[in-house]
Design a protein around this ligand. Structure first.
Ligand SMILES: [Zn+2]
Length: 395
């Protein structure tokens, strides 16, 4: 069944390339490239260069979204490997795939700054930073930039845990080499499960890094690309994101100057690729602490469309959404957020969402922020049971 599904995906990919309608569907990606999440449904992602858990310790230039992009050919080969691995009880977890040249330039700049050793203890404890170039850990060019290289590991289906490979992704040292005797037999077995599936699917290994695989017949062997790793969905219409951005800023500026709310705007891009509506923060004007730009935009869009289900739309926000807005976005079935300013930018002008995220991440136990207690469960359960009997649609 699974094999049939993957084969269908492959046929579909070939058809798309043949019909040359790829760019319209690939939402702004250059022709010949795809999002791996669109090709391999079960793949997991931990895009290290988008976050701070990498050898530099900060987001890398050119990573605008936690997503992975690859050439159509590499994606098809990886789908085959993922299928082989699923048959053995593993999902793949992708750390990186296509990497823009600006990211590699960022690595090179960082390597030249010997004073910056923030992540040394985790990623290169035994390597002198001044030797990263000569030892081959950093180079001016990376195979990733050609679009057909992927960094990945395995996740055990049964436990949902990453398998033990003996060293972490991007650990600079001999323990990361294939064939090292610094790891246990079990760890070596795990590396070989990944290796065998990748080699059987058309990839070559890289002797120094157990996680790094290169497509044998790569389609662009001499081209180093520089488009960003982003999810900017234009729903087939380039320029709509700029229109959304401009309108969101305009509306935010207007209500801000009228003292109605903070400098936050949001726009919703409809399924057809047009800007459906725009709204801004009106917390002060409406005496409504929940009247954030995103919530206002969602309420407006839902009213305009006559449904609570905004599936297929994209929300643009001038600032990274707060926890309330992220929740509202998820409840409305929007699956893509594009934002302007980062949380730290909002913090710099006095808006702090940080403590709410921390409260949630810490298990919602900090009574100094919020006391939460249970009361009247039995009566409320009666209500729930009445609901269950009505068997209404869950939304
Ligand atoms: Zn918000």
């Amino acid at each position: 069944m699974l094999r049939r599904k993957v084969s269908l995906i492959l046929v579909f990919l070939v058809l798309l390339v043949t019909l040359n309608i790829w760019s319209a569907l690939a939402q702004g990606l250059p022709e010949g490239f795809v999002y791996l999440s669109d090709v391999i449904e079960t793949a997991q992602f931990d895009i290290r260069y988008y976050g701070e858990n990498n050898f530099i310790g900060s987001r890398i230039d050119g990573y605008e979204a936690p997503t992975a992009i690859a050439t159509v050919e590499a994606a098809a080969a990886l789908a085959q490997a993922a299928e082989l691995l699923e048959e053995q009880g593993y999902y793949i977890k992708i750390f990186d795939a296509y990497r823009p040249q600006q990211a590699v330039d960022h690595f090179v700049r960082w390597a030249g700054d010997l004073a910056d050793q923030k992540m040394k203890s985790v990623f290169y404890p035994d390597v002198d930073k001044s030797r990263l170039f000569e030892l081959g850990y950093i180079a001016e060019k990376s195979g990733h930039t050609r679009g057909s290289v992927v960094d990945l590991t395995l996740v055990e289906m049964a436990t949902g845990e990453e398998v033990d490979m003996g060293s972490g992704f991007d650990f600079f040292g001999p323990i990361s080499h294939h064939g090292t005797d610094l790891i246990t037999a079990e760890q070596e077995k795990n590396r070989n499960i990944l290796r065998d599936a990748m080699l059987a699917s058309g990839f070559e290994l890289y002797p120094e890094e157990w996680w790094h695989y290169i497509l044998q017949d790569e389609p662009y062997p001499d081209t180093y690309f520089d488009f960003p790793v982003s999810l900017v969905s234009t729903n087939g219409r380039p320029g709509v994101m700029d229109e959304a951005l401009e309108k969101a800023i305009g509306e935010a500026r207007r209500t801000m100057n009228e003292d109605l709310g903070g400098p936050f705007g949001a726009a919703i891009i409809d399924v057809d690729g047009t800007v459906l509506c725009v709204a801004s923060n009106t917390v002060l004007g409406d005496h409504d602490p929940t009247a954030h730009a995103e919530v206002n935009a969602i309420r407006l869009a839902a009213k305009m469309k006559g449904t609570h289900d905004l599936s297929g739309t994209v929300i643009y926000a001038t600032g990274y959404p707060c926890p309330m807005c992220l929740g509202a976005i998820i409840w409305s079935n929007i699956t893509e957020v594009v934002y302007g300013c980062r949380p730290e930018d909002a913090e710099a002008i006095g808006f702090r969402d940080d403590f709410i995220y921390r409260f949630i991440e810490d298990g919602r136990n900090d009574a100094s922020i919020l006391r939460i207690e249970e009361y009247g469960r039995e009566q409320c359960l009666e209500l729930f049971e009445e609901y269950a009997k009505l068997s209404k649609v869950i939304y």
